[in-house]
Design a protein around this ligand. Structure first.
Ligand code: PMP
Length: 390
């Protein structure tokens, strides 16, 4: 009797990079006050009006099995939202509703990669990316980026890694960096994907958290709709992380493949959650702006506190609920800095090393605690960094 090798392969044998997070939980369980800037989750709960819609739907009897790819009315609403924002013609049949963006990422890789195929993702990366590709039985290969180029994936670097690969996963606005890909970067990605014959998987779960300019989806670039799968979610845009409501927008053949997978794995998303999602989307962009606003404010606080620091360089970001700080001037690794900051200052941040090799010597700060506590944490973090300067 043994556990399938598949599971051991998910982490690739290394650590999962969440030690700081687990240590923080232990300290908090002992009653210690830790200012926690680790996890990408709002400091508010789902809006009661959305919960009322969920409850009303359940009470109306929508508690049976839901249909695999999602309710038609919700798929239509997601298609209309996508078309309005990108200008790309999108039918409800291009949309499949999934239990969260993570399930959408998994289903997409399952649909596009066979066992032993190579899936590309950028370094640094959202923590689950390599594991998701490996869970699909494929091999995860990294595209290196550099801090000096704001961790933007370069066309040449993609092409250099593309030999034998079938998919390319990108994410804008980006977790962990907060960087938003500009048009030139997206055009480079599109050219490289086309030249190398890759499916492009575009994770856009932070598309409503943008501090300047507009969200650009690579699916909207000429010729890209046929080779691009967009992953979306209500987790970040509507503070609905626990509702597990995500989707893909994809060419029909991919949508059909993901539906077949859903029929044999998840059975789709509960109908009362889908009705709550339809209600949430119906509240429009003003509600999305309201949910994003605290992150905009806290980013401003961080930039003000860190301006003029000799120890910390802020990676130029303009989206998502994170900031990436370059602390290489202190001579400490991200791991060492984060562990000492937790022990000595009781402030928890994620070491850049948790997100890949490219972000070694950096920290990811989540903009996810109340403004006054956030300002206190950043002020003390900056002072701590200054004291480490050689
Ligand atoms: N993609 C990125 C980049 C994320 O940061 C997250 C969650 N932190 C997800 C996907 C998955 O989100 P969910 O499954 O809650 O939609």
């Amino acid at each position: 009797m043994r556990i399938a090798n598949r599971i051991g392969h998910i982490t690739g044998g290394g650590s999962d990079g969440w030690e700081i997070y687990y240590r923080t939980r232990e300290m908090q369980a002992r009653g210690e006050r830790v200012l926690t800037l680790t996890i990408g989750e709002h400091d508010i709960r789902t809006d009661p009006a959305i919960l009322d819609a969920m409850h009303a739907s359940a009470r109306a009897g929508n508690t049976g099995y839901a249909f695999g790819p999602g309710n038609r009315n919700l798929r239509e609403a997601i298609a209309a939202r996508t078309e309005a924002r990108t200008g790309v013609p999108t039918s409800w049949q291009n949309v499949v509703v999934t239990p969260g963006g993570q399930a959408a990422l998994f289903a997409t890789h399952m649909a596009l990669l066979d066992a032993g195929d190579i899936g590309l993702h950028c370094d640094p990366f959202y923590a689950t990316y390599p594991g998701t590709i490996r869970t699909a039985g494929a091999i995860a290969r990294r595209i290196p980026t550099t801090s000096d180029q704001a961790f933007l994936p370069q066309e040449e670097a993609i092409l250099a890694a593309a030999e034998g690969a079938r998919t390319l996963l990108v994410n804008t606005p980006n977790n962990p960096t907060g960087v938003v890909y500009d048009r030139a970067t997206l055009e480079g990605i599109a050219r490289a994907a086309t030249q190398a014959g890759l499916w492009l998987i575009s994770d856009e779960v932070y598309d409503t958290q943008l501090w300047s300019g507009e969200h650009l989806s690579p699916r909207a670039l000429p010729g890209m709709a046929d080779r691009t799968v967009v992953v979306g979610s209500l987790s970040k845009s509507h503070a609905m992380t626990g509702s597990r409501l995500g989707w893909i927008v994809a060419p029909l053949e991919v949508a059909e493949a993901v539906t077949t997978l859903a029929t044999n794995t998840t059975y789709g998303v509960p109908a009362f959650i889908q009705d709550a999602a339809l209600f949430a989307l119906g509240r429009g962009e003003a509600f999305e702006r309201e949910i994003a606003e605290p992150f905009r404010r806290r980013r401003e606080i961080a930039l003000r506190v860190l301006a003029g620091s000799n120890a910390i360089r802020t990676i130029p970001s303009s989206g998502a609920m994170y900031l990436m700080l370059d602390i290489r001037a202190t001579g400490l690794s991200g791991d060492a800095f984060a562990n000492r900051l937790l022990d000595e200052e009781k402030i928890a941040v994620m070491p850049g090393e948790s997100f890949g090799e490219a972000s070694a010597g950096h920290l990811r700060v989540a903009l996810t605690i109340a403004d006054d506590q956030f300002e206190e944490a950043l002020t003390r973090l900056a002072a701590f960094a200054e004291r480490q300067l050689p």
